[in-house]
Design a protein around this ligand. Structure first.
Ligand SMILES: [Fe+2]
Ligand SMILES: [Fe+2]
Length: 357
């Protein structure tokens, strides 16, 4: 049995596995009946750099793309996306362990390949990949803006250790195998991933390093995607930090899950897309999310991407600790149409970074 298949088998059956080659810990299944909370250990700090949060630059154009091809239930692989409007999502996560050692995780890999190449170069991710200095890559979910730029990663580091949800559709699997080309949606990859692959199943928690874990949530997501994962970091003396791609499972669901299942989980910070007002439309229930997050006691909320500028602005007005970004994103060759001109930047945008710990 190939090593790759071996890892796959061990994980999908829910058995505990130590993937020594990846330097990562066991995978455990947390069902509804689970009583004992999981101890994921502690780390010293975590730094997240926003490589790119601009999946698209103009929200009305993106909405029109979705509507023109039949709406949000249509597969992302069937949409002729407006190429000039798209970028991608990617974050670089650096963890310092209690003993001073460090681990580097690449979360997601953008959408358009030329945008991925550009932001990798701007952030130094290109060199890290070339020198194999990324320990692990996590693709949070199969959405185009997080996954379709995979070739830009694989052409630099073909055997990068990788974790994905086990709910990818056939197109997504072929894309990873380097056997996919789609001229309608304009996505392709001819470089197969050859490194260790772990596929997390519904409700599985993977302990990656001390204080670091990945959780999979099985849920249907717009544009025919299924399942999303987030990263948890238990930072000593601070609390729990969540790092997300889109957070389609919802920030409150994610934090409730952590409260029920992770030993000593005290919410401290978050980074990433929160998928609340993704297209900048307001819904009264968003006020309830503000109230709910307030009760959680988070001390640092670094949001961007599909959170919705409108939500982040209101959340800040209501007293939530929204971390402000800089104006660095304006140095990038393309900037989003939402936000520029505002006095304060309520998103952590391209080129910004945050340290928890
Ligand atoms: Fe996204
Ligand atoms: Fe998404």
């Amino acid at each position: 049995m190939q090593r790759r298949d071996f890892l796959k088998t061990m994980v999908v059956t829910g058995a505990a596995v130590t993937a020594a080659g990846m330097g990562v810990g066991p995978v455990v299944k947390r069902g509804w009946g689970a009583r004992k909370k999981e101890d994921i250990g502690q780390c010293k700090s975590v730094k997240v750099t926003c490589v790119s949060e601009t999946a698209w630059f103009d929200s009305p154009r993106m909405l029109a793309d979705i509507k023109e091809t039949g709406g949000a239930m249509v597969s992302s692989y069937a949409h002729p996306w407006t190429q000039e409007n798209i970028g991608g999502y990617c974050a670089l996560v650096e963890v310092e362990q209690l003993d001073g050692s460090k681990h580097t995780i690449l979360m997601d890999t953008c959408w358009r390949q030329d945008w991925a190449d550009y932001v990798f170069q701007k952030s130094g991710v290109d060199t890290l990949l070339d020198k194999k200095k990324i320990d692990l890559m996590v693709v949070t979910h199969e959405h185009h803006d997080h996954y379709w730029g995979i070739k830009s990663t694989l052409k630099r580091y073909q055997n990068i250790p990788l974790v994905i949800p086990n709910t990818f559709y056939p197109e997504g699997k072929l894309l990873l195998a380097g056997k996919y080309k789609n001229d309608i949606a304009k996505v392709d990859n001819d470089i197969p991933h050859t490194g260790p692959l772990t596929q997390l199943g519904p409700d599985q928690l993977m302990k990656v390093y001390p204080g670091v874990a990945i959780k999979m949530y099985d849920l249907p997501i717009m544009n025919r995607v299924r399942g999303e994962m987030n990263l948890f970091f238990n930072v000593r003396d601070k609390g729990l930090v969540t790092v997300t791609g889109c957070c389609h499972m919802g920030i409150l669901n994610m934090l409730y899950w952590a409260d029920r299942n992770i030993e000593g989980a005290k919410p401290y910070g978050c980074y990433g897309g929160l998928h609340i007002a993704a297209f900048e439309n307001w819904d009264p229930k968003f006020d309830d999310i503000i109230k709910g997050v307030k009760k959680m006691g988070l001390e640092k909320i670094a949001c961007n991407h599909c959170t919705g500028w409108v939500w982040a602005t209101k959340a800040r007005q209501e007293g939530l600790p929204i971390v402000l970004g800089t104006q660095k994103y304006k140095e990038y060759k393309k900037i989003p149409t939402t936000g520029p001109g505002a006095k304060d930047n309520v998103y952590l945008r391209n080129g910004d970074a945050i340290v928890f710990g």
